[in-house]
Write a protein that binds this ligand. Sequence first.
Ligand code: DCP
Ligand code: MG
Length: 369
Amino acid sequence: MDKNEIRKIIHIDMDAFYASVEQRDHPELRGKPVIVGGLPNSRGVVATCSYEARKFGIHSAMPSAMAYRLCPQAIFIRPNMDKYRSVSQQIMRIFKSFTELVEPLSLDEAYLDVTEDKLGINSATLIAIEIKKRIYSEVGLTSSAGVSFNKFLAKVCSGYQKPNGLTIVTPEHAAQFIDKIPIGDFFGVGKVTEKKLLSMNIKNGADLKKISYEKLIELFNERGRMLYEHARGIDHRPVIPNRKRKSIGKETTLKENLTDIEDMLEVIKGLVDQVVKRLNSHQVLAKCVVVKVKFEDFEQLTRRTTLDEPTNDPAEIMIHAQSLLEQIDFHDKSVRLLGVTTSQFQSLTNDSEALSKGTRVRYEQLKLF
Ligand code: DCP
Ligand code: MG
């Protein structure tokens, strides 16, 4: 893309994500301090908490025992990750109805590039409003959106008026907005860097802009260049969509070349086990199995088969891998590498039913950016 073209970027982040899902599903928890994470008598920590609990000073990563001391009446709930993952899939699908350029950062947040949108709406602000409405009516949750012309500003914006916020920073207003951004909110500034910058009396964007390029590079190398640019509203990082994985495989170069098929099957079995682990972590079944062989002379070939039903059963995948290996003509050559790959996936996760609720959106500005 032309670097001079002004992009339209949205960052969406769900409000108190896990806790809001629990309050949605258990109406008796609404309006109450809810803590999702470890239980108070465990060594666990708070994953997140409702905004009602935040008033007591509770926050993510705090030990649950401390959260209990701050707010003994809080309701503690163990996380239900399957549920949060399925809600996440629902919101990502809503995003994708506006653009294919969706980059998820975690279950509850994503960048969208809507410079061109599928529906021809053409205004990032109106798209953000529409997305918030649809998440509320179809999923039953509130979210916060930031709208700007690059990733850095869009992300800072989405956190600006949480919960249920919408903040827009146009190119004309960027400089004055950046001046006020606390230094700890700049991309790549963690606790250590924040301390270092504060000790140099750099508290916000305005202070950061006064530091020379050379000085920032000297202090922080590549990160220094980014800070220099971000302080001036420059951030060319593209929105990179998470392309769906098409295959999962594992291969290994053998310690010694093999000629005995029984030895090869032993190796294949180990590979199948590793592939199945990864199928499970991606929550998919596979319908296609491929075996790859590389010979001592580096010639290589693959054999594939398609199953009647998708599977994640290692014994079943092994049966197919074995029969594929047995079909190979080795011409008395030894084998230096073996691989197993699976593809044609079917997802194991079911989406929970979309909730239908009233639509309510609050926003501060409505500029057709
Ligand atoms: N999370 C976690 N451990 C952390 C931070 C977050 O397990 N240290 C989980 C729980 C959150 C989810 O990730 O619900 C999203 O993280 P966010 O930082 O976006 O926090 P929330 O969505 O809970 O709250 P906010 O309204 O501040 O975005
Ligand atoms: Mg969030």
